[in-house]
Design a protein around this ligand. Structure first.
Ligand code: DLL
Length: 432
């Protein structure tokens, strides 16, 4: 079902008009109210009156994560503090967190775009949504929560963690929809298997997974193990949280709610705007937000855009599922490697589990990549010499996909730490 046909099926002209009007208003407001943006625009010699059409967006300054940290906590506030009714931040494991401050209108937009997301995966008022994203300052829990309420379905606000309880609640309340990180969904599948839960009988029909990278092979694995249709959902704290983009029933790229979030793809090295189909860094402008609107935010996420029509009837532009991050890209002996490429190779193999960790080390002047991947129980009971043979087979597979030599280690089942939220896949010892 299309939740909001007026905005999700707009004609190109209508959309452009809507985006242009909103951008003009936004730039005026930011120039008047946010010194950070006034200074940036003055530096570039751009005045609000230079913005007459959405295409003029290319004249405006970018905003980076470092900019946001520099003005922490509320330097980007564009509304009166008394109109702010909720604040979220990123987890901020490296440096100061980034902040999103919401007015009532911002929370309404958030509920709206999350209701669209859930409706894209067929959620209706009849559904029971088990929301296992973390509640708190992280945007996952409450973002999904507001969307479920707007849609009129029932939310189980269980938050992340406590696998046994998750499985019990899932059975007792007959959850039909699961929302959590993709890695946690597999952890639940694993827990369920141990507890003798038959997911085939459970009645989960859809899952909305995001907040961390995952691949199509991981989707296959999740769909098979949990017996549901797995949708990719994308978002980030700086923009609003989850609800920026999500897959429809065709699971073919993520529809961006571009009446609120205007996307561009740029070459990360030059800042030049790229055409449809060209891979680059996703840049987003929040054209309708009030609390902490943001101009041309450099997400560091790598994808490409597709304006061709989708079979579902929505006219919104689609982005490919994330191909990596500019800062997650490992450069091993001069070769660019994204963890997602390694995941694709691993998950196609029989005998390994979708739990892995990449360890990068520098010995002398050379970088070494070690890939630790868990075996399944069956493989674990195999003879050592067979395991060694399999390790070198995987190394060969990785070499043909990536063109770099790796050291693969098959590790015991369940030896790689599980996460209730975002999984930690990379340990880069070169930075320490
Ligand atoms: O992770 C918001 C979110 C919550 C999205 C729940 C989806 C579901 P942050 O903690 O600010 O916000 O992290 C944002 O996570 O820039 C991406 O690098 C990554 N990310 C988010 N969704 C996906 C996804 C939330 N579907 C950062 N695939 C983003 C891959 C994702 N990476």
């Amino acid at each position: 079902m299309i939740w909001n046909p007026k905005y999700e099926t707009m004609s190109e002209n209508e959309l452009r008009k809507h985006q242009t009007e909103n951008l003009i208003e936004l730039v005026k407001k930011l120039y008047e109210k946010v010194p950070f943006y006034k200074n940036k625009m003055d530096d570039l010699g751009v005045k609000p009156s230079d913005i007459k059409d959405i295409s003029d967006i290319a004249k405006l300054p970018f905003t980076t994560k470092n900019d946001m940290r520099d003005v922490y906590p509320l330097g980007l506030l564009a509304s009166d503090l008394q109109d702010i009714i909720e604040i979220h931040t990123s987890s901020g494991t490296t440096g100061k967190p980034v902040v999103d401050a919401y007015t009532q209108k911002d929370l309404d937009i958030w509920a709206e775009v999350m209701a669209r997301t859930l409706a894209m995966g067929g959620v209706t008022k009849d559904d029971v949504v088990q929301n296992a994203y973390g509640y708190g300052l992280f945007t996952g829990g409450l973002g999904v929560h507001y969307g479920v309420k707007r849609l009129g379905a029932c939310v189980l606000p269980i938050s992340g963690g406590n696998t046994k309880r998750q499985l019990q609640i899932m059975q007792d309340f007959k959850s039909t929809v699961l929302t959590c990180t993709p890695s946690y969904s597999l952890y639940l599948a694993e827990g369920g298997r141990e507890e003798g839960v038959d997911f085939k009988k459970l009645g989960l029909k859809a899952g909305f997974f995001g907040a961390e990278p995952w691949s199509d092979s991981m989707r296959d694995e999740i769909q098979a193990k949990l017996h549901l249709k797995a949708y990719d959902i994308y978002g980030l704290t700086e923009i609003i949280g989850p609800g920026v983009a999500s897959e429809c029933e065709y699971q073919d790229k993520l529809h961006i709610s571009e009446d609120h979030f205007y996307p561009e793809i740029i070459d990360p090295a030059t800042g030049k705007v790229l055409a449809d189909g060209q891979k680059g860094e996703l840049v987003i402008t929040t054209i309708t937000k009030e609390g902490t609107p943001i101009l041309r935010y450099r997400t560091r996420d790598i994808t490409f855009l597709d304006h061709t029509p989708c079979k579902c009837g929505r006219t919104t532009v689609r982005m490919h599922r994330l191909l990596g991050r500019t800062d997650d890209m490992l450069i091993i002996r001069g070769v660019n490697v994204f963890p997602s490429q390694i995941e694709e190779v691993l998950l196609k193999l029989e005998g390994v589990e979708p739990h892995y960790q990449l360890i990068v080390e520098r010995k002398g002047n050379l970088d070494f990549l070690e890939v630790n991947v868990e075996m399944n129980e069956k493989l674990f009971s195999d003879e050592i010499k067979n395991l060694e043979k399999f390790e070198s087979e995987i190394e060969k597979e990785l070499y043909s996909a990536l063109n770099i030599h790796t050291k693969v280690r098959l590790v015991e089942p369940k030896s790689i730490p599980r996460s209730e939220g975002k999984a930690k896949r990379i340990i880069d010892k070169r930075l320490i």
